[in-house]
Design a protein around this ligand. Structure first.
Ligand code: HEM
Length: 226
């Protein structure tokens, strides 16, 4: 008797990262390099603009974390710390990649990276360099608090760099230890997953564009109107 065809073992490409999340992700390193190089070469005009762009992206990403595609949502990828530890405990095991979105530990990494970047952008808006450059919120916080926030802006950048290094090392570790390629899906948006995997709900990228425009409008008010 002929056996019934089954989908077990079949892998199909499935959309897991929407375009707004991917653009957000790859624009971040570009802007962070721009921010670093500009401050080191005394081009504070570029540094300030790059900072506004990072702040706009972060406002976008936080809103997208509530109304975006399933895999972008905080409620989808934030699991209990215990679940994260359990995930890390079987890290050395080589097993097929069936993950839709961030894994239990990766979710906390995302929260940490976003948190540090929010501190970086927010302190930048309140910072001054004892020269011609000051953030648009300095007039609200006053010089003395602005001086302290400028120091935090400086120290926090080092923390961001450490977190980004750990993030990249984690991606490399997944490739080497588990043979999981996390980078390709963050570029193409798609991942080959077992055919029976329930597909995440994806939101149309046009909504992402609307949220980005609203985030840019908020930054315009902060920079030019307040
Ligand atoms: C300034 C540098 C970087 C920052 C600040 C950063 C930050 C982030 C953030 C916030 C996420 C979560 C994305 C989201 O849900 O919106 C993420 C995910 C990810 N990043 Fe980065 N990233 C950086 C550089 C890189 C680089 C250079 C690579 C490639 C080696 C990379 C590979 C990935 C991958 C593969 C994911 C998805 C991980 C998963 O599958 O759970 N990142 N990154």
């Amino acid at each position: 008797m002929a056996s019934k065809p089954t989908t077990a073992g079949i892998k199909l490409p499935m959309p897991i990262w929407d375009l707004p999340v991917r653009l957000f992700h790859w624009l971040l390193p570009i802007l962070m390099i721009t921010s670093y190089v500009s401050v080191k070469s005394d081009r504070m005009d570029i540094h300030v603009l790059s900072g506004y762009a990072v702040a706009t992206l972060l406002i976008f990403r936080i809103v997208w974390g509530f109304i975006g595609s399933d895999t972008a949502r905080f409620t989808f990828f934030l699991k209990s710390p215990l679940a994260a530890l359990r995930h890390l405990a079987h890290f050395p095991r080589r097993e097929p990649d069936t993950q839709v979105g961030h894994n239990e530990a990766g979710g906390w990494m995302v929260l940490g990276l976003l948190g540090l970047l929010v501190i970086q952008a927010a302190t930048g808006l309140c910072a001054n360099d004892d020269g011609e450059t000051e953030g648009p919120l300095v007039k609200f916080v006053g010089k003395s608090l602005s001086d302290q926030l400028s120091k935090i802006h400086d120290i926090n950048f080092k923390l961001v760099m450490i977190a980004v290094t750990l993030h990249i090392l984690a991606v490399i570790a997944y490739a080497v230890v588990k043979r999981h390629d996390l980078v390709r899906p963050m570029v193409t948006g798609r991942k080959r997953l077992p055919a029976a995997t329930p597909a995440p709900r994806m939101v149309h990228p046009i909504l992402g564009l609307i949220v980005l425009a609203a985030a840019a409008a908020i930054m315009f008010v902060v920079v030019k109107i307040l």
